[in-house]
Design a protein around this ligand. Structure first.
Ligand code: ADP
Ligand code: MG
Length: 795
């Protein structure tokens, strides 16, 4: 208790100090009187103070009374509040208390258990179903559907498992919440107990305070102290009250919080209820689906069972029928077996016999093979010798044929002259000059009559073709010569006569009616093809012209180039023309191309081709090279087809300049041709081949063993009789020349007893190709040091 605070003095201490100061003398009495007066003053003062205090106490008392009643009221109110809160708590407990949650939880657990059981049942059913239909359904039309159902089932199972997980989670949550609720309840209980304690304490204190106040009222002396105590007590009470109020507030907050928690839990519970309902609905759906699948399965199984039964019945019936048949067969087989047994026995015997024979068979076979081999060898030998004999005979026949052919040609003469009279043409005009002056002997086709200046003149030639003779008729006459070229003879065919007498027509002809040139080549191709099994032939073609004693290549790239005739450097005496183009031809198309090319060359060179060609000699040189496949014998024959320049004589006065030069050159070459033939006829030692380019070039084909044909072209009309007479005279002169027997030019890779051989080193190596070096008379493709052989015909 704070005494100083009140400003007064404790009772005890004042009393003690006054007693201890009384003994002593007058000063002491004085001092005592003074002290007495002081004390009296003090007493008065204290009495005044007491009155004041009493007054104040009264006031205080009344105040205390009021405060006490107020407090009492407040306590009452608090008590009421507490009671109502307790009631509220109990109500809440009854409403949402643990028992309800527990009930819910229990219900859910029961529900869960039930669902679990149902699930187990479903699974068992499912397994049963799975086990059942698998075998009979294999390959049946429902298997697909059942597989689908199974898939769906497994899906549903999965979903159920998921839901189970969800449910267990929810259970856990509910459990957790229940635990929390219990905790909260516990706390609430504690709080309430605390509150009750506090209330009790407060009421106790209140009671104490009342008692104190009452006791204070009863005792007046220590009023001051009591008042103080009461004051102090009162403030304490107030403090306790405020504390309890704060506590109350806190409790109220806690209750509100608990309410909030409860609300949340309610919500959670509600959501879990919803989830449960959903799950239940799903499970119901699955169940219905399961039921449906189960029903379908049952139906399918039933139908399958029926099918199976039916099939079994049918199979049984069929099997019975088959069995019956098999039984019958068996019976037949048994009887057959009985009959077959003896046959088998004989067969076994036969087999054994055969086996024994087979053992000896290889030996027999070897012997047989040996004898057959010997026979075959003998037969082959015979055939071989026969073949040899046949080959020998064939060769002999060939020789004989050639001999006969040569004999024929010889009989016909090595130089043969034929005349061909062209028909009268428009160009001949009309009038007496265009009258026909040529007639024929109806009994002798070698006689021609010419009416020259009114005088009939007759000529005998090897053959005379009238104007009616066709190109083919003429060709028939020269055919034999051309064939001999294949056999390796050199041949010359000249067309001689005045310009316009038909030389070019006979040699070249027209595209529709070709002449000797083209027909000869065609014949060569066909002959060569016929012999293709024994002989390998290559045919090459060159074309040249001689104009004003200059030799040009008509197939070359540069036709204006002058070509020279040279002696082969090998000393064989053979001639060749360096740079003369040779084309190998294999078909009529090739020939046409060659002729066209030559013609184009000539046309581009000369503006007036007709005029030019009548003043130049055109030569087509065909070389035929052959190899006998069996013997290796090589032959080379050359066919020279010459369209000579016009033979008309140019009057010395009438021509001058280039025309005169041309005429001189033509005259020179034609008379050189005549001279050469004359020299050959009279077998002179010297034949003047070199007098003209033409004779020099054709030396090989004119000399000794060659064959020559001259076609003398004749114009039938009156105005040409002088030239016709001249031509026919020339022809007759040429015809009387006798060439030596035709010789054949061959090469052979081996020696032969009957044949005279001489060495001939190769002078040129041209293969048929453009721009090759060709040597007239030789033209063979040969190896260096190959042997050239001259066959003496009719040896
Ligand atoms: P050359 O070459 O001798 O100068 P051509 O061959 O050019 O003579 O002939 C002169 C003309 O006579 C040409 O129009 C030719 O068609 C014609 N002719 C020549 N011979 C015959 C014949 N046998 N049949 C028909 N027409 C011919
Ligand atoms: Mg002509």
């Amino acid at each position: 208790m704070n005494v100083e605070k009140t400003g007064g003095r404790p009772f005890g201490s004042g009393r003690c100090s006054s007693l201890s100061g009384s003994p002593g003398a007058a000063p002491v009495v004085h001092r005592m009187v003074e002290a007495m007066s002081q004390l009296r003053e003090e007493k008065a003062q204290l009495q005044e103070e007491l009155v004041a205090l009493r007054e104040r106490l009264a006031v205080r008392d009344s105040e205390q009374q009021a405060t006490s009643t107020q407090l009492q009221n407040q306590v009452e109110h608090l008590k009421e509040k507490l009671i109502s809160q307790a009631q509220e708590v109990s109500r809440l407990r009854s409403e949402l208390g643990g028992t309800d949650l527990e009930k819910h939880r229990d219900l859910l657990m029961v529900e869960n258990e039930r669902l679990r059981q149902e699930m187990r049942r479903c699974e068992a059913e499912l397994q049963e179903l799975r086990a059942k239909p698998a075998a009979p359904c294999a390959g049946c039309e429902h298997s697909q559907e059942s597989a689908q159902l199974r898939d769906r089932l497994s899906q549903l199972q999965l979903e159920v498992a998921e839901n189970k997980g969800l449910l267990s989670e929810l259970n856990l949550e509910v459990q957790q919440k229940t635990d929390r609720l219990a905790e909260v309840e516990l706390r609430l209980k504690d709080c309430l107990a605390e509150k009750a304690q506090e209330e009790e304490r407060l009421s106790r204190r209140l009671r104490d305070s009342h008692e104190t106040i009452a006791s204070l009222r009863a005792q007046s002396p220590p009023i001051k102290y009591v008042i103080k105590t009461v004051e102090v007590e009162s403030s304490k009470t107030k403090q306790a009250l405020s504390e309890s109020q704060a506590r109350n507030q806190h409790l109220q907050e806690q209750v509100a919080m608990q309410r909030q928690v409860l609300k949340e839990m309610e919500q959670q519970l509600q959501s879990s209820h919803q989830l449960t309902a959903q799950l239940r609905a799903q499970i119901a759906m699955y169940e219905s689906e399961l039921e449906r699948a189960h029903g379908q399965m049952l139906e399918e199984m039933q139908s399958l069972e029926e099918d199976k039964n039916r099939a079994i019945e049918e199979a049984f019936a069929r099997a019975q029928v088959e069995m019956k048949a098999v039984h019958e067969n068996l019976a037949g087989v048994r009887t057959n077996l009985l009959t077959l047994q003896p046959a088998l026995r004989t067969l076994t015997n036969d087999y054994n016999g055969l086996k024994r024979q087979v053992r000896g068979f290889p030996l027999l076979l070897q012997e047989a093979l040996k004898s057959v081999k010997a026979e075959i060898g003998q037969a082959i030998e015979e055939v071989n010798s026969n073949n040899q004999e046949l080959l020998r005979k064939y060769r002999r026949e060939l020789q004989l044929r050639k001999k006969c052919h040569n004999e024929l040609v010889r009989l016909k003469g090595n130089i043969r002259v034929i005349a061909r009279v062209r028909p009268v043409t428009k160009e001949d005009g009309e009038g007496p000059e265009a009258t026909n002056a040529v007639t024929f002997d109806p009994d002798d086709d070698s006689i021609i009559h010419l009416l020259h200046k009114g005088k009939p003149v007759s000529f005998e030639l090897d053959k005379v073709f009238s104007s009616q003779a066709s190109q083919q008729d003429v060709f028939q006459e020269v055919q034999a010569l051309i064939t001999s070229c294949i056999d390796g003879f050199n041949v010359c065919i000249f067309a001689y006569g005045q310009t316009g007498a038909g030389k070019t027509y006979t040699m070249e002809g027209t595209p529709e009616n070709p002449g000797i040139n083209q027909r000869a080549l065609r014949l060569l191709f066909s002959e060569v093809q016929e012999k293709a099994s024994d002989w390998e032939y290559t045919i090459t073609v060159s074309a040249a012209e001689i104009y004003n004693e200059v030799l040009r290549d008509l197939l070359g790239q540069e036709p204006q180039e002058k070509l020279e005739i040279r002696l082969c450097p090998d000393g064989s005496g053979q001639l060749y023309v360096p740079g003369l183009t040779e084309f190998q031809v294999q078909s009529v198309e090739d020939i046409n191309k060659v002729f066209e090319f030559g013609h184009t060359n000539r046309t581009t060179e000369f503006t007036n081709l007709n005029e030019h060609s009548s003043r130049s000699h055109a030569l087509l040189i065909v070389t035929v090279r052959g190899v006998d496949c069996s013997t290796g014998l090589r032959t080379t024959g050359k066919l020279n087809l010459v369209d000579l320049a016009g033979s008309e004589r140019v009057g010395k006065s009438g021509a001058e300049g280039s025309r005169l030069r041309e005429a001189q050159h033509i005259n020179k070459s034609l008379s050189a041709l005549g001279d050469v033939i004359a020299a050959l006829r009279s077998r002179q030692g010297h034949v003047p081949f070199r007098n003209s380019k033409l004779t020099y070039l054709l030396q090989d084909s004119l000399s000794g063993d060659s064959k020559t044909l001259m076609v003398v072209q004749v114009s039938p009309v009156e105005k040409n009789t002088s030239e016709t007479l001249y031509s026919l005279k020339f022809a007759e002169r040429v015809r009387s020349v006798e060439l030596g027997p035709g010789s054949r030019r061959t090469e052979l890779g081996s020696w032969s007893s009957q044949e005279h051989l001489e060495w001939e080193p190769a002078c040129q190596t041209s293969q048929p190709s453009a721009r090759a070096h060709s040597a007239p008379g030789s033209g063979t493709t040969s190896r260096p040091g190959s042997i050239r052989r001259k066959l003496q015909p009719s040896a």
